[in-house]
Design a protein around this ligand. Structure first.
Ligand code: GCB
Length: 650
């Protein structure tokens, strides 16, 4: 087996695509691995500042392009065919390829009976027609994808308008000049799910050269993370029309809180032409739409008297209180209103020290979950039914938090966290990182920039997680994570930064840079399997060792056991629902002792629900550590966890 630079067939379009943007990149070669690195640079260069969610207002309209699209995959041996035959210039169903219907948003993997589609590696093609109203002609029109895993190239009416790399964050581009107003239009999206050592998350294409076992040219995608690499257009596709001079970005931050006053600073960025002609009015409305404070200018400070603070579940009677910041442009010369955008926000203040994290001055204890965006048939596609059900279950079980393990979740999901008062540890898809070179660092930083740009205004987000279980025992990772943490602190100094670790505390070199230490530990499962009697002892020792070494708060972000729903034994053995509960019980004893010691700030069980993984002989169709099944029915563990979370106070 050897790792090779893959898919030579892609390279001709690489040249065209990248040279246009980075003509002087002398390293441009015919290798796919290089392509991916270059794609990251290309995308960096092309990104606009703001990525505000498209919300209709008196000056803005939106048009959803969700629905049934036409879809085709490029065969393994003909990866370049779509580019050579220019499938983006006409309707896909008129091209020489087998076309099927495909829902958007959705992963394409589980929609058909065809394992070639489920296990596809490489390019997949999407196409649909749409109509743009005549009335939009005088507007600025933007297209926005909530997420596409992993690379996307977008054409409108046959013209390439943008591309993006990174599978879990939104991207957008202005398309005004490419649209036909009052006429039908069409859009084509090419999606590539290939992961390499320079993507976030990493993967590699492995060619098998052993001719006894594999036919010539046989290759597979390998990756070192425990969730199925679902692919496709995963989140909504939205066209939006704004005035030509528009609100491009808003940043809002609580700078101080007391019972009598909350102070927030805001700043606004404008885009488009004739910006100088406009002034900015900022108004704050309470949840009953009453004006409570206002200011003027691109930046300013707003004081709200007797504020209703944003509190997470369980810390106050008022939960998830949101104000609305209304930003309005005003053309003074013409005396007319311009663009208007309404942003929900919370007034709340985060602090941290060597033993705790504090919200509005009160110490926080996280009782929650590691989760996944995962559901049968839809894969990782936005699914409002599952999403809403999950919040109902998290409230039922009296959790107050979750981590977006192991990638940023949808904005629709994050909106409900803000509204329902769930604390979120917001994580980028840097899972199991290894081979810490400069190109990986650039891709990692870019992902964090995009995440913070998207989620910086969310009250629910109280911590940034820069990754999960890297090879942090390697000396080279120290310099790497130092650089990543510095970037995050520069971009946002109002939230603590963490990294989820699984190496022994005496080998890890990354924790020194973090504000909060998160660890994953599977005592009684991956180590000393079945020996539940060791769990409490080992967990107490483990958490204490991390705190003693770094004098920082510690959060256990993963512990748990696989359990097949309906499987029981007494005495309990691994894989039964009974053992899952015994393992929890022993961990709870450790958590109680550690809480007394004063530096454990939370417990998040792995996992909220069973989820799909790559095919492995130790994964019976997926990871079975959920306290709920994949279709969200409670295991014995869910009732047990509910009893604990109900009596755990923050
Ligand atoms: C971990 C990983 C998570 C896995 C889990 C498991 O440490 O962070 O992604 O799913 O273990 O069940 O093995």
């Amino acid at each position: 087996m050897k790792v090779v630079e893959i898919q030579d067939s892609l390279n001709c379009r690489t040249t065209a695509f990248c040279l246009r943007v980075k003509r002087n990149l002398s390293r441009l070669t015919m290798h796919f691995s290089i392509l991916l690195t270059i794609l990251v640079f290309c995308v960096n260069g092309m990104h606009a500042t703001g990525i505000l969610y498209p919300r209709p207002s008196e000056s803005r309209e939106t048009l959803s392009l969700d629905g049934i699209w036409k879809f085709a995959i490029a065969n393994r041996s003909e990866q370049n065919k779509g580019f050579e035959e220019k499938w983006y210039q006409a309707a896909l169903q008129h091209c020489a390829v087998k076309v099927i219907d495909m829902p958007v948003p959705s992963s394409y993997n589980d929609i058909t009976q065809d394992s070639d589609i489920r296990d596809h590696i490489g390019w997949a093609w999407y196409h649909r027609d749409f109509f743009v109203p005549r009335t939009w002609k005088s507007q600025r029109v933007n297209i926005r994808f909530g997420s596409v895993n992993y690379f996307a190239i977008v054409w409108i009416n046959g013209v390439e308008v943008t591309s993006h790399s990174g599978g879990y964050l939104p991207f957008d581009v202005e398309v005004t000049d490419h649209l036909k107003f009052g006429y039908p239009n069409f859009i084509t999206v090419a999606v590539n799910n290939t992961l390499t050592p320079w993507t976030i998350p990493q993967g590699k294409i492995v060619y098998h050269n052993d001719s006894q076992r594999y036919p010539a040219g046989y290759y597979e995608q390998q990756y070192n993370f425990d969730f199925f690499n679902y692919a496709g257009i995963h989140r909504p596709v939205i066209l939006s029309a704004t005035p030509k001079t528009y609100i491009d970005d808003i940043t809002i931050n609580t700078t101080s809180v007391s019972d009598s006053e909350g102070t927030v600073s805001y700043s606004v960025e404008l885009g488009g032409s004739k910006i100088a002609a406009y002034s900015v009015i900022a108004e704050v409305y309470d949840s009953r739409d009453r004006l409570v404070a206002q200011s003027k200018g691109l930046t300013g400070e707003i004081r709200v008297t007797n504020p209703n603070l944003w509190w997470p579940r369980g810390m106050n009677e008022s939960v998830g209180y949101l104000y609305t910041l209304k930003i309005q442009l005003w053309n003074d010369a013409k005396n007319v209103e311009g663009d208007v955008y309404r942003l929900p926000f919370g007034i709340r203040f985060i602090q941290w020290n060597s033993t705790g994290v504090y919200l509005n001055g009160k110490s926080v204890y996280f009782k929650g979950f590691g989760r996944h965006e995962d559901a049968s048939l839809r894969g990782r596609g936005l699914d409002l039914v599952t999403l809403t059900k999950d919040y109902n279950l998290m409230r039922w079980i009296e959790a107050n938090s979750f981590r977006t393990s192991h990638y940023p979740y949808s904005e629709e999901l994050m909106d409900l966290a803000d509204q329902q008062g769930f604390l979120v540890i917001d994580e980028v898809p840097a899972v199991g990182l290894d081979n810490f070179d400069d190109d990986l660092l650039e891709a990692h930083k870019q992902t964090l920039k995009e995440l913070i740009q998207r989620d910086k205004n969310r009250p629910a987000v109280v911590m940034w997680s820069i990754g999960n279980e890297p090879q942090s025992q390697k000396e080279v990772s120290a310099h790497y994570f130092d650089a990543v943490v510095q970037l995050v602190h520069r971009l946002d100094s109002s939230r603590p930064v963490t990294l989820v670790l699984n190496k022994p505390s005496n080998q890890d070199v990354a924790a020194q840079f973090l504000d909060v230490i998160c660890i994953n530990r599977y005592f009684g499962w991956y180590s000393d399997t079945g020996h539940s009697e060791l769990i409490t002892y080992q967990m107490v020792k483990e958490v204490t060792a991390w705190h003693d070494k770094h004098l920082k708060p510690v959060l256990v972000t993963e512990y748990g056991a696989g359990a097949l729903a309906g499987l029981h034994t007494d005495p309990p053995v691994v894989w039964t629902e009974d053992y899952q509960v015994v393992l929890m019980e022993q961990n709870f004893k450790a958590f109680d002792q550690l809480r007394e010691m004063g530096f454990l700030i939370g417990e998040m069980i792995w996992n909220f629900a069973d989820f799909a993984t790559p095919q492995e002989y130790f994964r019976p169709t997926g990871c079975m550590k959920g306290v709920f099944t994949r279709d969200r029915q409670p295991k014995f563990a869910a009732h047990f966890l509910r009893r604990r979370y109900a009596q755990l106070f923050c």
